[in-house]
Design a protein. Structure first.
Length: 572
């Protein structure tokens, strides 16, 4: 019995051991199976993700490393890719009085000695002001935008309290050129004044800041515009100047300048004084440049049909007021002679026949009652004569008095007058081909065609002769308006403007040149009117920018004015 018991116990033990082994093997196999399943699922997910990314057009998101490699602020360029504003690494000069711990004297030398050494490196740093900052013992910037070689000189002074932290700086490689278009970036990294302010969020967006933003301007045309305006301003001792070159078919601003300018690389008190944009923010009575708009409205309405009709050119009396010309032109003038010789009296009579409501409606359609349409933040509100124009107001508006607008308003209006009759908003963005806004029709195409002839005649036979550039078929109108002041208009203060387009047989660009309070000098034959100072600016500018913008001179062609030329035979 004992032997059998032992044998049974051994058999039972072997069976139990076998069961444990089988259970362990089963468990191991199950674990391996789960691992295989999980691995297969992970592999399948990875393959699916790869396939998804490969066959879909999803936007790629940059990693934090790539974000770090992007410039901290996007770049601005002109329409041809010329850099206008870009970020680059720079140094700053920081005063850290705790650099040596809590020592009573944070500087090795005395504050004035250090201030003198810094003045040697940075001549524009005032010695007394710098010494006072150092002696005060308060941390802060002593200077931003330090060149590497200047940083080396500062470090050579051996003052541990003068630290040179690395920062990112905004640089404008073209200097002050196009300053009113670009604006600047302040010490906190915020865009101010121009397109820097308008595009601030876009330029700081990590998703797109690696792609430069192309503006509409052409820096070659911009440089030429600023150069000719500056020459004209200095030659006539004018207090300021403004100009714009506008594409008549798209509204793109090819150049925009307001003088005096400022340097966005260095904003000081003088620069702040010059930030006001005369093109988009200052409103003026632009005088006789409005006369073609009045004539166009009358042609469009059908009140001017017979171009041979002669209007009474004697003074116009309305109540106790009298409208007269600056000098005797003739007893009777037709429409062509009215524009060529810039008659107030006959323009007023044309407007009187047109009627106040129709002239007012034309001005509204041209946007003269609203701020100018452009992305720039500084936009002046016109001095608008209201919606109820009495007879006298209608007459004075017809020749550019009693209404004040910006030069940009005038440029957009002239573009509509010569491009076939369609008004479009101006833009500072480069537009892709075919992406110009539809705009709104203001004039009939036939009216626009007639106005191109009349504007060309002014440049050939009238007050715009000094703007006529051989081969470029310039057409335009002068305007010389007295500036208002206390008690009425100031006869000694003029705003002289020439509004032009070229080439008149197929207009491509409008050009506005304006001088604020020019003086009669030898350069202007001692005359203050636009025919002698603003028109010559356009005459010199057009040959410079024409080939740049795709308009080459051609003396073998011109707009046909043969049907109107006999009407001014006496004027010749």
């Amino acid at each position: 019995m004992n032997g059998m018991a032992v044998s049974t116990a051994i058999s039972t033990s072997r069976f139990q051991l076998t069961s444990v082994r089988e259970l362990a093997v089963g468990t191991a196999r199950l674990r391996v199976l789960w691992v295989a399943i999980i691995f297969a699922l992970v592999a399948s997910a990875a393959v699916a993700r790869i396939g998804y990314l490969g066959f879909t057009d999803q936007t790629y998101r940059a990693t934090s490393l790539e974000d770090a490699l992007l410039p901290p602020r996007g770049e601005l360029t002109d329409r041809n890719g010329v850099p206008l504003a870009r970020a680059f690494p720079a140094y700053a000069l920081w005063y850290n009085p705790k650099a040596l711990g809590d020592a009573d004297n944070p500087l090795v030398k005395n504050p004035r000695e250090i201030a003198q050494e810094l003045n040697r490196i940075f001549p524009e740093m005032d010695i007394d002001v710098t010494a006072e900052k150092l002696a005060a013992g308060r941390p802060g910037y002593l200077r931003r935008r330090v060149l590497p070689e200047q940083a080396n000189e500062v470090m050579a002074l051996g003052e541990l309290a003068l630290e040179m932290p690395r920062e990112t700086d905004r640089h404008y490689p073209q200097g002050s050129m196009a300053a009113h278009v670009l604006g600047y970036v302040d010490a906190e990294g915020k865009g101010k004044v121009g397109m820097e302010q308008v595009l601030d969020a876009r330029l700081m967006d990590p998703a797109v800041r690696g792609t430069p933003v192309a503006l509409s301007i052409d820096m070659r045309a911009q440089g030429a515009l600023e150069d000719e305006l500056r020459r004209g301003m200095l030659a006539t001792n004018a207090m300021g100047a403004a100009g714009i070159v506008l594409d008549v078919d798209t509204g793109e601003v090819m150049a925009l300048a307001s003088l005096p300018e400022f340097d966005p690389n260095k904003i000081d008190a003088k620069g702040v004084d010059h930030m006001f944009n005369r093109v988009t923010n200052q409103v003026y009575e632009l005088g006789s440049t409005f006369k073609p708009l009045t004539v166009a409205a009358a042609i469009d309405a059908g009140t001017v049909r017979d171009f041979g009709r002669r209007y009474d050119a004697s003074p116009v009396k309305v109540g106790r007021f009298s409208i007269k010309d600056s000098h005797f032109i003739g007893n009777h003038l037709n429409v062509a002679e009215t524009l060529i010789h810039s008659s107030n009296t006959t323009t007023a009579r044309i407007a009187d026949e047109l009627g106040a409501e129709r002239l007012r409606r034309t001005m509204v359609d041209l946007g003269m009652n609203e701020r100018p349409y452009i992305e720039l933040p500084a936009k002046g509100f016109p001095i608008w004569p209201g919606d109820d124009w009495p007879r006298l107001r209608n007459m004075t508006v017809s020749y550019g008095h009693g209404i004040a607008v910006t030069p940009l308003h005038l440029a957009s209006a002239y573009a509509a007058m010569v491009n076939g009759g369609v008004w479009r908003p101006a833009t500072m963005h480069k537009l892709a081909p075919g992406k110009a806004p539809k705009g709104r029709r203001v004039f009939k195409a036939s009216t626009s065609s007639r106005m191109r002839q009349l504007l060309r005649m002014i440049a050939v036979y009238g007050t715009g002769r000094n703007a006529d550039a051989p081969g470029f078929r310039v057409g335009g109108k002068t305007g010389s308006a007295e500036k208002p002041g206390a008690g009425g208009y100031r006869r000694s203060s003029l705003v002289s403007t020439f509004a032009a387009a070229f080439p008149m047989d197929k207009p491509r660009y409008v050009v506005i040149a304006m001088l604020d309070e020019p003086k009669g000098t030898a350069a202007s034959s001692f005359q203050r009117t636009a025919a002698w100072n603003a028109a010559p600016i356009v005459g010199k500018l057009v040959p410079r920018i024409g080939p740049i913008l795709g308009v080459r001179p051609d003396t073998t062609r011109d707009i046909d004015i043969s049907d109107l030329k006999p009407l001014i035979a006496k004027a010749d």
